[in-house]
Design a protein around this ligand. Sequence first.
Ligand code: FES
Length: 601
Amino acid sequence: ATRAAMAQELKKESYKITGDPKKPDGAPNSFVKMTCSRANFRAAGWKDEDFKKPVITIAAPYSNSMPCNNQFRDLADILAEEVERLGGKAHFCFTPVISDGQSQGCKAMRYSLVSREVISDCIEVMHCGYHADAIITLGGCDKSVPAAIMPLARKDMLGLSLFGGPALPGIHPGCKKRGADGEVVDQGKALDPGKVMEAIGAYGQGLIDMEELHRAECHGLPGSGTCSAMFTACTMASVVEALGMSLPGTASTPAATRADPRSVTEKKRQDCAEVVAALFSLAEKGLSARKIITKEALENAVAVVYATGGSTNAVLHILAIAHEAGIPESQFNIEDFHRVGQAVPLIGNVSPHGRYHMSDLDKIGGIPVVMRELLDAGLLHGNCMTVTGRTVSENLAGTPAVAALGAQDVLYPVSRPLAPAGNHILVLKGNLAPESAVLKLSGKTDIELTGPARCFDDEDAAFEAIMAGKIQKGDVLVIRYEGPKGSPGMPEMLSPGSALVGSGLGKHVALVTDGRFSGASHGIMVGHVTPEAAVGGPIGLLVNGDMVTVRPAKRELSVALSEEELAARRREWRPPAPREGSFGALGKYAAQAGRGARFRE
Ligand code: FES
């Protein structure tokens, strides 16, 4: 080789061996350059043959202290065994993970959305930093599901994601009616984390005693798995499946059984084997993430969110995924949720708005049935490619439509939906939200409300006011300085939201915030108010008694103040000192948060 050609070769980065390790083909080349790298791999136990295998990253956001992802070490081992059985070399990436359930009601929640970026970055660092060839990511608790595909979109990786699975619903000890399989028949006795949070509000109003509150605590979550209903984790698992980045049917496979609540199920083991086989096939086809995550695939994901009554958090996560996939805001933005979603009726009768849980949806076929129903109604792009190597239409060819399922009321047909199109997530605007705000209707139609603002500058103060009985019917509870930069970290307002519902005020008090809501939240909840208070948004200019209107029919969030009055108040307004300075994870996040509450470029 000429010196120029040798120099060119040395720029390549690969420790791979293609021939005899003592006489590799064409040395000197990149093989020489990576000698030290291989020396380290060898010290970690790699043999000559390992340098010839495809290296597969297995990324698992893991903690032993939470139910949502606590089975991920076992799942990672199962995936690794399967990878090695099929001739690959498994490379583990364990990342941090925050439990949204465990950070509710305290400042730890500020780390929740931040953790999405941290997990994404960890996966990128561990995959790219070790020259791996393809990747399987596990998603579980809320932020880890979008985080499991964001780096794939960002770096156009070859790979796919597997959802750890929902938990079964909890069962109240007073439940008398059980089916043959031991599951609840009386859905009123099924528990989930949302019901546990609402029990706090009911206790605050004296509607239940401490013994009943303790029952909710002890029976709300039966074992491993994410929140059992269409809260954010299951919403995002459905999004990932609808995007084509996970295998059909895997979003609803329960994580564990009631008899063995902390062990990996046989079905989940089978999912692992199928995921690894799909990965090798993807690699052969060169089908990388950006060939799958297209604008049309994002629209499919939005349609599934609206059909199932998914979480408002899907809005910011899907926007972040779009950003990572390199799809410009001019092609896909928050208005597309309105455009796509307003044609899609609500067909999923799933908690928090409905009666059932993900395990019930799983029994009738899971998200593929939802997608088949939407496809037949012309509400889905059937030609989008997926990680099966087939299109959405091809994947759904053998899936029954809702009408073919027989007697059940977990899913309704598009022709006779639970609620007509236009009654789920609304993107609002108005002089209180000049850019946007998000309202979840989930079929509610009678929630127009005008009332006096009751302003709180953080979540705790609002929660205490509700528990002390200081919020009245007709009030508009305003919680501000809880946005991405202000809080920082845009925490969920599940504590005050659930306290309102649990205390019986849910239908009579609107909650308006620049923070987020849990997927478990319901009631009259307007979140993601943009611009947020911390950057001068009008929500920060309100004072107690200002008359605020939430008018879904006109997609309006407004305050009865003139432009002159708002301008005068704006002149007096001063930005608050940052709560976290500029250091640490929260400080860095506050400085960087951008589209989809993700880091700016
Ligand atoms: Fe982890 Fe709900 S708390 S999924």
